[in-house]
Write a protein that binds this ligand. Structure first.
Ligand code: ZN
Length: 115
């Protein structure tokens, strides 16, 4: 698959994820999605925050702010059931809650060693 094909499938899967979030009784808003090199530096360059090599720079990650009953759910563990659904959608999908430095609101697609 080309990078563009991964990006297209990632976007489609985010659509499925948003529908699942709603059906499971949650709501969400978008955090960061694409991180432009104009603001964050190119791949491998350190920007104002985030990793120097980031799936956000590949259009393969989105951070979702999760809510239930109007309450913001900030903890990684709060995202766990959503992360499990996300990973089941595709073998290359990654959830930030599994990272060595957990990042529970991060939903991404692994590509060329970056998730
Ligand atoms: Zn992220």
């Amino acid at each position: 698959m080309t990078l563009s094909e991964h990006q297209q499938e990632f976007a489609l899967h985010i659509g499925y994820l948003l529908q699942h979030i709603n059906a499971a009784g949650y709501a969400c808003t978008f955090g960061d999605a694409y991180r432009s090199p104009k603001a964050f530096g190119g791949m491998g360059e350190k920007g104002p925050y985030g990793r120097s090599k980031s799936a956000h720079k590949q259009r393969l990650a989105v951070d979702l702010n999760l809510f239930k009953d109007g309450r913001y759910l900030a903890d990684t563990e709060d995202h766990k059931p959503i992360g499990e659904y996300w990973k089941a959608l595709h073998p290359l999908n990654r959830w930030g809650g599994d990272f060595s430095n957990p990042d529970g609101n991060h939903y991404s697609r692994w590509y060329e060693g970056i998730a």
